[in-house]
Design a protein around this ligand. Sequence first.
Ligand SMILES: NC(=O)c1ccc[n+]([C@@H]2O[C@H](COP(=O)([O-])OP(=O)(O)OC[C@H]3O[C@@H](n4cnc5c(N)ncnc54)[C@H](O)[C@@H]3O)[C@@H](O)[C@H]2O)c1
Length: 327
Amino acid sequence: MIIVTGCSGFIGFHLSKELLNNNLPVLGIDNLISSQNILKNWRLEQLKNYGINFIDVDITNKAELNKKIRDINFSGNFSTIYHLAGLAGVRQSVLEPKKYYNNNVMGTINMLNIATEFSLESFVFASSSSVYGLQDNRIPFVENETLESPQSPYAFSKLFAELISKDYSNISSLNVSLLRFFTVYGPAGRIDMSILKFIHNIINENPINIYGDGFQERDFTYVEDICEGIIKSSRVDGFETFNLGSSQPYSIIKVLSILKEIINKEPKIEYLPKHYADVNYTWANIDKAKSLLKWHPKTSLENGLEKTVDWYKNNKDLLASTFEKFN
Ligand SMILES: NC(=O)c1ccc[n+]([C@@H]2O[C@H](COP(=O)([O-])OP(=O)(O)OC[C@H]3O[C@@H](n4cnc5c(N)ncnc54)[C@H](O)[C@@H]3O)[C@@H](O)[C@H]2O)c1
């Protein structure tokens, strides 16, 4: 059986669905305490229809985590942990650093201990492009760069968790893949992230807040492409780090102009000062994932945004109540 932590989250939902669709049994782990719970419960209900085994537990609570995993009635072996559970959100982490460090570092240590105690083959960790921090020259980020300038507690928490995961691969036979995701978007996405917020606000003719001049660039990556990369990375032997990104950065202004065409409504933009924890650009060099994983992103930004807008339109009521609760 495969363990997916953060299964009710955005990427965990898509990953679990893909695994279950391929008839692979999944033990999903999540805690359901969040302002985005309506959407998380919706994702979980879908996964239950696909046959997920689910444990509602906080992974920072080691005793309860171990007990609940041991209590499930399962006679086979666990093979892989896809560890996606974590507190995401760069700006929020500046307000609550301790919470982010506890969740993202201690939670990861607990999952690494589960992996070694249950003799799993592989551990795949959801890290982030944020670990690259501020970069002076506008060139793609490469995995073997020395990382000296993460810009937020979130970025540091991911970097610490990466280093600890690497150490576990040294001291045990666990295969570890660290995946640095670049701005993932798509259907059933997070409403605290730009794309769904933009879609919601354009459709509902609400103002859109842009921090800075809007020319900051992100390497937006479609969620199904990310899931393909995640699954492929679990077959890697030893320890490796991979960037998973589209390798084609777009500015926020450009994204809004594409959404304007798709939705056929003018966005109402309101400019706010740039947040210091926001970096100017992210851009993945994906040569390593292409050569070792035989992975490349297949979805263009235009196509991915169209699919996301379609999903929004088909789930308008769900989104309306999720946004209402969130704001
Ligand atoms: N979405 C992106 O663009 C992106 C980019 C880089 C990295 N990541 C990382 O990928 C992972 C998944 O991201 P996402 O966008 O799906 O985020 P998400 O917030 O939608 O999902 C994370 C899930 O983890 C769960 N979780 C958090 N803390 C937990 C705990 N202590 N115990 C149990 N469950 C817990 C949450 O309830 C949530 O459902 C995160 O670790 C995130 O940092 C995401």
